[in-house]
Ligand binder design. Structure first.
Ligand code: SF4
Length: 381
């Protein structure tokens, strides 16, 4: 940010904001990707897509989104599903709290209301798991409310456009948010009345255009400025600093963690246990696994309790899978063993205890399991 100048100068008057908007929207109308959630901007469909897209790549989300919509095309059908069914459909997308929140929203909206989502960002934020970003995205895209949406893409694009050479933090985010607000509303001051009545503001398209520009053109690393509708105006590009912005927070190195899991077979079925309530991954099924710092002896004790007899994991075959989540790089040692009868399990595979079951490998797709569990089972010979 050059000293003495107003960092928001490029959006300092409605006419300047309008010029940026017009170029951006013309580019978006021409270049936007055909994505399944753009076919129909029904609030529920937008909500599901926004939940799935948090921390997750578009290509990964598309098949999940399409399956979800085939199965639960509206809030009522989702409210009728069980949490287990919802977690199973989410299996592999990670951050399972999102799936639980979607289900909780459906139940709340159908039980307390008319089965319709509210239409303003303020009201949407009252629902479980909806933060300011998702509320603004749904309200602007599906309901036409003129509120800005600021995600990592928008922060990158506007930091470069305005040359915000500032460390990550509140001051930079405040400037980005204000610039996005001016672009979406065309109001610099409260009393600005620049938009002639009847002219569509297209807030949802404007927000999506900013995010799309960040995803396709103003990408992390080296931006593709030659393709950018703002290349003549962009201060970051003119200063030759675009690829250095936005300044990043120094990243913490992920912590390496070693865990042990037991893959215990009885004939063609293996043992799964369900994580307890209150846990971040609660409700998901997994192999019996040690906590951080747990040993093979700890695991033997835990599985002895589960199967009702002593288990010697010393004779198990062991394979290791790697799995990274947020700040942890997990090395999971999977101890695989065929158990002799009798183990405490009914013939049909059901265990009499809640949260304990024996399943065939092909049945895994019907269970809400984490990607790490899937890797552990499929990585076994
Ligand atoms: Fe990003 Fe380049 Fe466009 Fe500036 S000109 S907004 S740096 S792509």
């Amino acid at each position: 940010m050059s000293s003495g100048s107003d960092p928001l100068d490029l959006v300092g008057a409605p006419v300047r904001a309008l010029s940026l908007r017009n170029r951006l929207l013309a580019w978006y109308d021409r270049a936007k990707r055909d994505l399944p959630w753009r076919v129909d901007t029904d609030p529920y469909r937008v909500l599901v897509s926004e939940f799935m897209l948090q921390q997750t790549r578009v290509e990964t989300v598309i098949p999940y989104y399409e399956r979800w919509m085939d199965r639960w095309p509206d809030l009522r059908s989702l409210a009728d599903a069980t949490v287990d069914e919802v977690l199973a459909a989410w299996s592999g997308l990670g951050y399972y709290r999102r799936a639980r929140s979607l289900h909780a929203i459906a139940v709340q909206v159908c039980e307390d209301g008319d089965g319709e989502l509210p239409t303003t960002a303020a009201e949407l934020q009252e629902l479980p798991g909806i933060g300011p970003y998702t509320a603004a995205a749904v309200a602007s895209i599906a309901c036409g409310e003129a509120v800005p949406v600021v995600d990592g893409n928008v922060e990158r694009v506007l930091s470069r456009l305005l040359l915000l050479d500032l460390p990550a933090g509140t001051s930079r985010t405040k400037l980005v948010r204000e610039a996005a607000r001016r672009l979406v509303t065309l109001r610099i001051d409260e009393d600005d009345d620049f938009v002639p009545p009847g002219t569509p503001l297209r807030p949802g398209d404007l927000n999506q255009a900013l995010m799309e520009l960040g995803a396709l053109v103003c990408t992390p690393g080296e931006p593709r400025c030659l393709l950018c509708p703002w290349s003549r105006t962009c201060v970051g590009r003119r200063a030759g600093m675009a690829s250095e912005l936005p300044r990043k927070k120094p990243r913490k190195k992920p912590r390496r963690v070693e865990l042990h899991a037991a893959l215990l077979w009885r004939d063609d079925r293996f043992l799964l246990v369900q994580r307890a309530e209150g846990d971040l991954m609660s409700g998901l099924w997994e192999l019996p696994t040690t906590d951080e710092g747990g040993t093979v002896a700890d695991l033997e004790r835990a599985v002895a309790e589960l199967v009702g007899s002593e288990v010697d994991l010393g004779s198990a075959s062991v394979h290791t899978v790697q799995h990274s989540i947020t700040t942890r790089r997990i090395e999971l040692h999977v101890h695989q063993l065929q158990l002799p009868p009798p183990a405490r399990v009914a013939e049909d595979g059901d265990d009499e205890r809640a949260g304990v079951t024996w399943i065939r490998r092909v049945d895994l797709r019907d269970f809400g399991v984490s990607s790490m569990t899937r890797k552990a089972v499929h990585g076994a010979g």
